[in-house]
Design a protein around this ligand. Structure first.
Ligand code: ATP
Ligand code: LTN
Length: 333
């Protein structure tokens, strides 16, 4: 095995990507890529996506869109294989073995499960419940050291470590214990309409999120409409969650600290501040959108990327599954 540390992460093709997905996860993948000590695998978690009802046609479109966005954001497929989860059968195979080493009790404590049960009360399926087991399989298959995700995935990383430890204790050292990599700024971008809940691509209110592919006009409009408070000071504080959220967005895209932002907008109102935030977001997204449009007209290239990615991923993942099957006592084929 190579000496480099492994990274694995994934995003579900469950809809158009938001600014939250970008600054919480995708952008860090690109940053980590420049550090030579890592070898990364990036996955489109299509198996996870069907835990919530999807129309096949939308899933297909969202999947290709997301692949193009990974590339447009700057992931280099020659350095970091990009693949669809459903193209690597080992994910499902390991998931089964791990599910026999995971307790109902620990799964029922997952906040994402509880949230999704509320949001999709008409479809509380078994996949929604075992979602974290499949995610543990995703990570453990690649012996990942580091998993760059947003704050909401921290609990899933903890259960992954617990499952890995349990398996290692029962069957001897098999899995590396992965660490989450959660950015200091931007790990939890909140909804523009309700700053107490996270910005989410499945929010029914489109004014709550900014999409990576939103037009400049839409971005300006959504930020102008963002909920603030009855005051006018650009600073953090009790009751100022809306402004603070805009400040973290501004901080995430400009690299300025929260203190610097407070100083810069001292004495200026929300109007000026919102214009500056909108302009910074538009500029951050412009090159990604241009690259995305270019890529979408080159389907052959996209196909080549995911095929090549699956080939490499399959090789690594199959090795882990063989080892696991041997350890649990299955007869070698
Ligand atoms: P859904 O709304 O369909 O549940 P989602 O928007 O939460 O999806 P995921 O595919 O579940 O998106 O998450 C992809 C990555 O983006 C994860 O690493 C997650 O932690 C991160 N992420 C999602 N929302 C935010 C957010 N508001 N702020 C920061 N990071 C986020
Ligand atoms: N559950 C993640 C998506 C995901 C993932 C993974 C992230 C599926 N498998 C493996 C990191 C590693 C989410 O963001 N909702």
């Amino acid at each position: 095995m190579s000496e480099k540390k492994r990274i694995l992460s994934g995003i579900q093709p469950s809809g158009a990507l938001t600014l939250g997905n970008y600054v919480g996860a995708l952008r860090n993948w690109v940053e980590l890529q420049t550090e030579d000590e890592y070898e990364a695998f990036y996955m489109l978690a299509d198996l996870h996506t069907i835990t919530v009802r999807q129309e096949a046609k939308n899933l297909r479109k969202n999947s290709m869109d997301l692949l193009a966005l990974f590339l447009a954001a700057g992931i280099d497929p020659e350095k970091s294989p990009i693949f669809f989860q459903s193209h690597v059968p080992a994910h499902v195979e390991l998931s089964w073995v791990l599910s026999c080493n995971t307790y109902m009790g620990e799964l029922s404590r997952m906040t994402q499960f509880k949230d999704k049960c509320q949001k999709h009360a008409d479809n509380i399926n078994a996949g929604l419940f075992t979602y974290p087991v499949l995610m543990a399989a995703d990570i453990l298959l690649y012996q990942a050291d580091l998993v760059p995700v947003g704050h909401d995935q921290k609990q899933h990383l903890e259960i992954t470590r617990d499952i890995a430890k349990r398996f290692n204790n029962a069957y001897s050292e098999t899995f590396k214990l992965p660490e989450p990599y959660i950015p200091k700024v931007g790990a939890r971008i909140m909804s523009l309409q309700d700053p107490t809940s996270k910005m989410s691509k499945s929010d029914p209110n489109e004014n709550g999120y900014i999409l990576l592919l939103d037009t400049p006009d839409a971005i300006v409009r959504k930020i102008k409409r963002a909920v603030t408070d009855s005051g006018s000071d650009v600073r953090r504080g009790e009751g100022k969650e809306g402004v603070e959220n805009l400040m973290s967005i501004f901080s995430a895209v400009t690299g300025k600290t929260m203190d610097e932002i407070e100083a810069e907008f001292d004495g200026k109102g929300y109007g000026d501040f919102k214009s500056a935030v909108a302009e910074a977001v538009v500029e951050e997204l412009r090159p990604i959108q241009e690259k995305y449009n270019e890529l979408m007209s080159n389907r052959d290239y996209l196909q080549q990327v995911y095929r090549q990615g699956a080939q490499i991923a399959n090789r690594v993942a199959m090795k882990t599954v063989s080892k696991v099957y041997r350890k649990v006592g299955f007869i070698q084929p």
